[in-house]
Design a protein around this ligand. Structure first.
Ligand SMILES: Nc1ncnc2c1ncn2[C@@H]1O[C@H](COP(=O)(O)OP(=O)(O)O)[C@@H](O)[C@H]1O
Ligand SMILES: [Mg+2]
Length: 295
């Protein structure tokens, strides 16, 4: 099935878009020295205009964080797809775009719970640090920080961005999720995916899966290859990333070998090195007309 571009517009994301009335009312986000009435009035008007443009166009939010999105990143930022699959090479910019999507949701659709999951604590911290860095680069925003920790950002507008290492125990207890982001999704166990999907059932929240491939197995591979038209799919190889040089890629191929290189930089799902049979051969050999002996 050909990948569907992420730029097609679907249903709107959950919750109404909140434009920046709060900017003018929330004096906690003001860090400028006091100015005369007219000057501060025009400064606030400018800030409100800037916030309005970021609310309406997440690409403007990225630019405000000093990121000029690559075309595929801009497409995803502007898409309103409820389910997104990013099959992207290492260092191509997938965590950056996921972080920006999460921040936009938290700032402009409050009160929103944005959950960021990763297979292990270190990866969860890294994803959160990246999102926190982007939020910091925005400067004064429509909503200031109420509270924060190494894995959590709580905004004055009531939104929360929470990063969690992936285990069923850590994610249970969260409900009404406006956006669920799963980083390194190919390495997250199927049981965890089954446990988190219901969190979106009531809220109608968005689901964003991002990963390099990790063999032909697991929910990320299944959703990518046979998940149907309910997903927007974006595949970005290292060769398509303007920040990764061909010389670096040649060096990497030489040091990690073809098998890893094809996955990590070429974004192809390949069978495990120790598989006795290729997944495609096994699937081709299956006959759907035969009734199993022990069904
Ligand atoms: N559009 C962009 N312009 C400039 N730098 C970018 C852009 N997108 C990502 N980056 C930078 O590239 C590096 C890798 O991005 P990251 O999102 O962590 O990649 P990934 O999660 O795919 O490994 C980071 O330093 C990030 O700031
Ligand atoms: Mg990443």
């Amino acid at each position: 099935m050909p990948p569907r571009p992420a730029t097609e517009r679907q249903e709107p994301s959950s919750g109404p878009l909140r434009v920046p009335r709060a900017v003018l009312a929330d004096d906690r986000c003001g860090s400028q020295p006091a100015t005369t009435g007219a000057a501060s009035g025009s400064r606030e008007a400018l800030r409100a205009a800037l916030d309005l443009s970021c609310a309406l166009d997440p690409v403007q939010l990225a630019r405000r964080a000093r990121i000029e999105p690559d075309p595929w990143q801009a497409g995803l930022l502007r898409s309103q797809d409820r389910q997104i699959l990013m099959l992207c090479a290492r260092q191509s910019g997938k965590s950056t775009v996921a972080g920006l999507l999460g921040i936009h949701q938290a700032l402009y659709h409050p009160p929103a719970l944005v959950l960021m999951l990763a297979p292990a604590l270190r990866q969860a911290q890294e994803l959160f640090r990246s999102a926190r860095g982007l939020y910091g680069a925005l400067g004064e925003t429509v909503s200031a920080i109420e509270e924060e920790s190494a894995l959590r950002l709580e905004l004055v507008n009531g939104s929360r961005i929470v990063s969690l290492p992936g285990s069923e125990a850590t994610v249970r207890g969260y409900g009404d999720v406006a956006m669920l982001i799963i980083d390194e999704a190919a390495r997250v166990p199927d049981e965890l995916y089954a446990a988190v999907r219901p969190m979106l059932a009531v809220s109608g929240g968005r689901l964003v899966l991002l990963s390099t491939p990790f063999g032909k197995r697991g929910f990320f591979w299944r959703e990518w290859s046979e998940g149907g038209p309910g997903w927007a799919r974006v595949r970005v190889t290292a060769g398509q990333c303007p920040r990764i040089s061909p010389a670096f890629l040649e060096q990497e191929r030489a040091s990690i070998g073809d098998w890893w290189f094809t996955q990590e930089y070429g974004c192809e799902f390949v069978d495990r090195l120790d598989s006795a049979f290729a997944t495609d051969d096994v699937r081709a050999a299956l006959d759907p007309t035969v009734t199993p002996l022990f069904a």
